[in-house]
Design a protein around this ligand. Structure first.
Ligand SMILES: [Zn+2]
Length: 128
C-alpha cells in the first residue's frame, strides 16, 4: 500500500471513529426508569434493549477501528492476521478496519456458522 493510500485509510478510520463517538447514545437513553404502566414498561424495555444492542455493536466496531489505526502505526496494516497475506486494496477501501483477507474471513464466517448448526443440531437430537 502506498503512502497516499495509507493516508487515505487513516482519514477514513479517524472519520469512522468520530462518527461512532457522535452516535454513541447518552447514558440517559439506556437508563432504567420507573414506568407506571405495564405496556409502557414493556415498550421501554424493548427500546432499552435496542439501545444497548446498538451500543455493543458500536463498541465492537470502535475497537476494530482502534486496532486498525494501531496496525498502521506498527506497519502491519493491510496484512491478514489469519494467513499473513496481503488484504486486497478493494477490500480495505470497503472495510478499512478489516484484519482478515476475504478468504480467511469467509472461512471464519463459515466455521462459526458450522459450529452454530452443530450445536443446534445436537440440542435438537437431545430433545428428540
Ligand atoms: Zn488471510
Amino acid at each position: 500500500m502506498s503512502e497516499s493510500e495509507l493516508k487515505r485509510m487513516v482519514d477514513m478510520l479517524r472519520g469512522k471513529q468520530r462518527e461512532l463517538r457522535l452516535e454513541a447514545p447518552r447514558i440517559d437513553d439506556i437508563a432504567v426508569e420507573r414506568v407506571p404502566d405495564e405496556i409502557d414498561a414493556i415498550q421501554f424495555a424493548m427500546e432499552r434493549e435496542m439501545a444497548v444492542g446498538g451500543l455493543e455493536r458500536r463498541t465492537a466496531l470502535s475497537h476494530e477501528v482502534d486496532a486498525a489505526l494501531k496496525r498502521i502505526a506498527q506497519g502491519t496494516y493491510g496484512r491478514c492476521e489469519g494467513c499473513g497475506g496481503a488484504i486486497s486494496l478493494g477490500r480495505m477501501l470497503v472495510v478499512p478496519w478489516a484484519s482478515l483477507c476475504i478468504r480467511c474471513q469467509e472461512e471464519e464466517d463459515s466455521s462459526q456458522g458450522g459450529r452454530w448448526y452443530r450445536e443446534r443440531g445436537r440440542v435438537l437430537d437431545d430433545a428428540a
